[in-house]
Ligand binder design. Structure first.
Ligand code: FMN
Ligand code: SF4
Ligand code: SF4
Length: 378
């Protein structure tokens, strides 16, 4: 698994993620058997959704009577234990997508199953019986109830994901930020038809791990998501072996060539806040200045942050570049003789340069969200 960690640098629930592709849940279909049949091509899977209390289970029964596939178990905990044991020996990180109507219902599943799995709150299901049961999409209109569940689950010390549908909550950015503040580790976002601009807004609102979802069945679409803030992508309807293996191969090839699988676009080309790693000194009128203003970062602070972050690293070099250090240099996709000569002289490959820029970006993000007092950065 070290090879996968070196390639993607992804850890979820203290487990290495072998590839940034997830299977998203489909009630009645995605269980341990479904996942194991595809395990060579994915890194994470959310089985379920499972209805974990009486109101949600009654909704499932109604939905099944209406012709939908649902997982109906006499004893849900026994059923889930069985699912978890069927995943033994697999290197896929396991998540359980759950529908329930109270914090206690979620906490009791976490107490029974422990911290070996990721707990995903289904705030996504838009079937009327589920909404009327106070579950699924109901939470997008009642965000305080959703954050209460996150807080309660976090008290059990488990990893928490929240599955949301974009465009339903009053403000997706505010919701993302509130979920992060409540302790959510992962936001799993069905982007519907909003595309990567919505993803970018969410990326610029919080530092949690982001999974982009909806029709991400081609490498071009996946690449767009990675370039605008996704840490992983997930597939549900097209989670067949052929599609998953094609994506896995393409992402791996691309990463082995480029070094940073989800490198952002440059800020002036529409990149998200991670793109500050590629930005110059603040000396001209360009998108950097309004971005710093929106983050409430003074120019001096930004300069100091980048200078201190590269100190003692190979990015400190670069006397012959525009601003005297590779810290200020552009993405490898922008051709530049000065940068390339500097890299060549220092024996740094383009791939290694991008890996170093990723590290710089992580330091910048950490500073924005965790190091600053009154952290209302977004
Ligand atoms: C039949 C079916 C069942 C689904 N059940 C769930 C569910 O239980 N929980 C959930 O969060 N999403 C559920 N979804 C939504 C999917 O996880 C996913 O968000 C959606 O299908 C869009 O992704 P895709 O384009 O890759 O299919 C379901 C989708 C389908 C088609
Ligand atoms: S600082 Fe440079 S890279 Fe960043 S937005 Fe301005 S011109 Fe683009
Ligand atoms: S030296 Fe080249 S890569 Fe570096 S900032 Fe100047 S133009 Fe960009």
């Amino acid at each position: 698994m070290m090879e996968h960690f070196e390639r993607f640098g992804l850890l979820i629930n203290n487990q290495v993620v072998r590839t940034p592709i997830a299977i998203a849940s489909m009630a009645g279909y995605v269980d341990a058997d479904y996942v194991r049949a595809r395990e060579k091509h994915i890194g994470l899977a959310f089985i379920g959704g499972y209805s974990i209390d009486d109101p949600a289970m009654k909704a499932s029964v109604l939905m099944a009577a209406g012709g939908r596939q649902e997982f109906i178990h006499e004893d849900m905990i026994a059923g889930l234990r069985n699912q978890v044991s069927c995943m033994a020996g697999s290197d896929v990180v396991l998540g359980i997508n759950m529908r329930g109507s109270s914090p206690a219902a979620f906490a009791s599943v976490a107490e029974e199953l422990g911290d070996g799995v990721v707990y995903e709150i289904d705030a996504h299901c838009r079937q009327l019986p589920m909404i009327e049961a106070g579950s699924g999409e109901y939470y997008l209109k009642n965000p305080v109830k959703l954050t209460d569940i996150v807080k309660t689950l976090k008290k059990s010390g488990v990893t928490v994901s929240v599955k949301i549908r974009a465009g339903v909550a009053a403000d997706d950015r505010a919701l993302a930020k509130a979920l992060w503040k409540a302790g959510a580790d992962i936001l799993h976002v069905d982007l519907m038809d909003f595309g990567y601009l919505k993803l970018k807004q969410i990326r610029n609102s919080c530092p949690v791990l982001l999974i982009a979802n909806n029709s991400l069945n081609t490498f071009d679409r996946v690449k767009d998501m990675f370039a605008h803030g996704a840490d992983l992508v997930s597939l549900a309807r097209k989670s067949d072996e052929r599609t998953l293996s094609g994506l896995d191969a393409a992402i791996t090839r691309y990463t082995d060539e480029q070094g940073w699988y989800n490198a952002p676009k440059q800020l002036c080309r529409g990149g998200d806040v991670r793109a500050l790693t590629f930005c110059c000194m603040p000396v001209k009128s360009c998108p950097l200045i309004p971005t710093l203003d929106s983050l409430d970062i003074k120019r001096d602070e930004y300069i100091r942050l980048k200078e201190e972050s590269v100190r003692g690293t190979p990015l400190e070099a670069g006397k012959n570049t525009c601003f005297g250090s590779l810290a200020w240099c552009c993405k490898n996709s922008s051709p530049c003789m000065f940068r390339n000569v500097t890299l060549q002289q220092a024996g740094i490959s383009s791939k290694e340069y991008m890996r170093l820029k990723r590290q710089l970006s992580e330091k910048i993000i950490h500073h924005i969200y965790y190091d600053r007092k009154g952290d209302d950065a977004c």
